[in-house]
Design a protein around this ligand. Structure first.
Ligand code: FES
Length: 159
């Protein structure tokens, strides 16, 4: 098994939210739990989840590859997703992305040599009024990201 017993307990709780014939409804949450545990989702993990949820492996793969929050390759300890959709792009998103790229010395989809940071482009996070917006490790939303706030964030994450 690639996932721990503890992870499967979390997945069981997700599965319990749906009728037995709708187990596939828990696939997104199950993928998220797997990602929290392993950092990314390999095709072997997708296959293992497919067996467990009892749905076709290709259907799990379709979900995992459709949504951009799933990491299909290993990422750094801190994945920073910068929203580059139009409202953010028009409100400092490009400036924020460029500042981060320069500060970390990497481009989008890149990981720093020490494995601490991965930078990715994110889709609209539903917080356009807070632009520019970033998401750390798919969970922590950071709003109104001035260059100073970006510097503070990076220093905090380095600790
Ligand atoms: S466009 Fe960036 S949060 Fe909506």
């Amino acid at each position: 098994m690639l996932l721990s017993e503890q992870c499967y307990k979390k997945i069981d709780r997700e599965l319990a939210k749906y009728p037995a014939e709708q187990r596939q409804s828990a696939v997104m949450a199950s993928l998220a739990h797997a990602q929290v545990e392993l950092g990314w989702i390999s095709s072997d993990v997708m296959a293992e989840l497919a067996d467990y949820i009892r749905m076709p492996a290709i259907a799990v793969q379709e979900v995992a590859t459709f949504y951009n929050m799933y990491n299909l390759k290993p990422v750094g300890k801190h994945k920073i997703s910068v929203c580059t959709n139009l409202p953010c792009a028009l409100s400092g998103g490009v400036r924020a992305a460029n500042h981060l790229k320069e500060k970390l010395g990497i481009d989008f989809r890149g990981t720093t040599d020490d494995g601490a940071f991965t930078l990715v482009e994110g889709e609209c996070m539903g917080a356009c009024g807070d632009a520019p917006v970033m998401l750390v490790n798919d969970q922590r939303m950071c709003s109104f990201m001035s260059n100073d706030k970006i510097d503070t964030l990076v220093e905090e994450l380095k600790k």
